[in-house]
Design a protein around this ligand. Sequence first.
Ligand SMILES: Cc1cc(-c2ccco2)c2oc(N)nc2c1
Length: 156
Amino acid sequence: MTSKKILTLVFVKEPGKILLGMKKRGFGQGRWNGFGGKVEKGETILEGAKRELLEESGITANSLNRVGLINFEFENDPVILEVHIFKTSDCIGSPIETEEMRPQWYAEDSIPFNQMWPDDHLWFPYMFSNKIFEAYFLFKGMDVIVSHWIKEMKNL
Ligand SMILES: Cc1cc(-c2ccco2)c2oc(N)nc2c1
């Protein structure tokens, strides 16, 4: 019997560069990623994404664009992570380090994929080319992708 945990990921974009955060503790610690986390009771997924971006980076998004939906499954784990991916270039504030994340800008052509989740290099091209996508990844542990698919969508 599987269950779903809904999470968000927000990527802040400026021409030619992307803001990533080094996760300082908890799930995904030691990897660069977007900003996000759980969706709380009583908030929409969009509201949760904006809240997590502000909490983790100090940045306020005036608007977010939905770019992808990824389901992550782990072998021998009934909880599937349903991760809603957003992108924004319409923000207020400069990134600050928080307890959760250490922010850093990266040029689009020098993203530290070797210090990120192993799926990222597979779907980042969809995000950069403004292709809305849906994806599924089956993990064995935290580092090995057993199987996956990615498909471009007209909308989510
Ligand atoms: C298995 C997995 C989980 C996440 C995640 C957790 C919280 C938000 O996202 C990932 O994020 C990325 N980029 N790859 C990921 C793989």
